[in-house]
Design a binder for this molecule. Structure first.
Ligand code: AKG
Length: 265
């Protein structure tokens, strides 16, 4: 672990205020360079599948990653700092239910401002509950002003969504344009209002997303297909994190055509 319990507390405190925290320089860049290399053919296949109707907007692709020896890496998804902060934010025994990526290419545009999930109890007219659905994001390249930095607002994860949108439209909410180095890890509450921005370079900007949720929260729109041979190798922590995902034969695990289209909350 890089951080002390007091530092985990401080991260959780900042997260609850802002909707996100970034652990700088947390994953070795050499490891992510290997991910980037293996990602290229997966992206190409997804582009070929979706070319007439990209799932996340013009020239923006959602690619599910296989839970194999490279991408199913416990040094990343079981990282002790990450889990310590997640448990402070979203309670004990979280689940991991999504292993995927978002990639804008040249020709991509600003997405509409959005949240990735509706309020837990919409009839309350407020989002003011503790966090229940989190995204852990890290890029497979350095993210600068030109290649599609993630833009977000602070504190809107617990606001009424319409109020947040109205305040944003009136220019009352500062917009944070997040430049992240490859190796930085962001933990964010997906209720915060955010958007993808255009990538104007010729290089893709892959951003990995690991989806974690509270122990009782199920997201039917995503899943991780865990090959039996990987399940057999999982640690007790890995088995707990992945307990709600299907365990499939190694041959079946290769078949994945998940797309993910909802983003207009
Ligand atoms: O890739 C990004 O920077 C943001 C993507 C996003 O928010 C989405 O597709 O819902």
């Amino acid at each position: 672990m890089r951080y002390t319990a007091a530092e985990h507390d401080a991260f959780a405190h900042d997260f609850n205020r802002d909707s996100l925290v970034i652990l700088r320089d947390h994953i070795p860049r050499a490891k992510l360079a290997r991910w980037a290399e293996a990602f290229t053919p997966l992206l190409q296949s997804q582009i070929a599948r979706e070319k007439d109707s990209p799932s996340r907007g013009a020239q923006r692709f959602y690619v599910t990653l296989p839970f194999d020896d490279l991408f199913g890496d416990p040094e990343i998804y079981e990282d002790r700092d990450l889990l310590s902060i997640l448990q402070r934010i979203a309670g004990p025994e979280p689940v991991l239910c999504q292993l995927a990526s978002d990639t804008p290419l040249k020709g991509s545009d600003y997405q509409p401002w959005h949240a990735d999930t509706p309020a837990l109890f919409p009839e309350w007219g407020t989002n003011d509950t503790p966090s229940f659905q989190l995204a852990v994001n890290f890029a497979l390249c350095d993210v600068n002003d030109d290649n599609g930095p993630f833009e977000t607002t602070f504190g809107t994860h617990r606001m009424n969504k319409q109020d947040a949108m109205d305040r944003l439209a009136r220019g009352e909410l500062p917009i944070h344009r997040l430049k992240m180095r490859m190796g930085d890890v962001m933990i964010r509450d997906v209720r915060a209002v955010h958007r993808g921005t255009p990538n104007t370079t010729g290089q893709p900007r892959p951003m990995v997303v690991l989806g974690y949720s509270r122990r009782w929260y199920v997201r039917p729109e995503v899943q991780i297909r865990v090959p039996q041979s990987q399940w057999d190798k999982l640690s007790p922590i890995g088995r707990s994190l992945l307990r709600h995902n299907p365990v499939v034969s190694d041959a079946q695990a290769l078949v994945t055509e998940e797309t993910y289209r909802n983003f207009a909350y």
